[in-house]
Design a protein around this ligand. Sequence first.
Ligand SMILES: [Zn+2]
Length: 225
Amino acid sequence: MKTMRINPFEQPQIVQAIAMVYQQSFGSEPWNEGYICPVCEKVFARTFSHKVCPACAERSEVVLVVEYWPIGKIISDFYREMKKTNPICIVAQSDEKTIGFAWGYQVFANPDLDEHLDAPDLHKSLHGDFFYLDECAIAPAFQKKGIGKLLVGHIFREQQQGQILLRTKDNSQMCNLIKNMGGNSSAYLTRKSYNEINRSIKLPAALHKTKQGCFSFHQTKKPHH
Ligand SMILES: [Zn+2]
């Protein structure tokens, strides 16, 4: 197992592999974004083996579910993120096979960032430049082996901003990972519309690099809107 920084504009085969890991990982627990019903918007894990939405079937409507994260969308989103300021993409490989990734880019705390992250008023609690850890995932078969910690550690070493911003579910594996690296968890805002697509619970948190090279979250109380 190794982690390495890649240039996605020179290594398209790795981009394809990243997209497949993305689809597998976010299609499984705890996200379960495998398929979505285009009519009622109910979401199903990748293990869902029916082609027809059961909720719509109860109303005698036959609706085919579609992939929640089509490979083409993952790839186009990814390249768009990699065109942002100071992007970094790290992949984990085992036997030359890509099994995990972490990527992000530089952001500045301002109202535009609030909008980008669906986190109203976030900039009121943050100041300056951050490395935004946009996505990190490990293929399900390789989870719980410490690979996420290696990826995040590699990102922390490469980034220049000294402050990390990320969103994740409360008590997610990422929260626990950050805590185990010496940080305290912290959460800001959720947005109601997110709840509807099961992603609301991605909470933004600010992480600050200390002189000792470890990381700590700034604790703030979760505001209610
Ligand atoms: Zn439906």
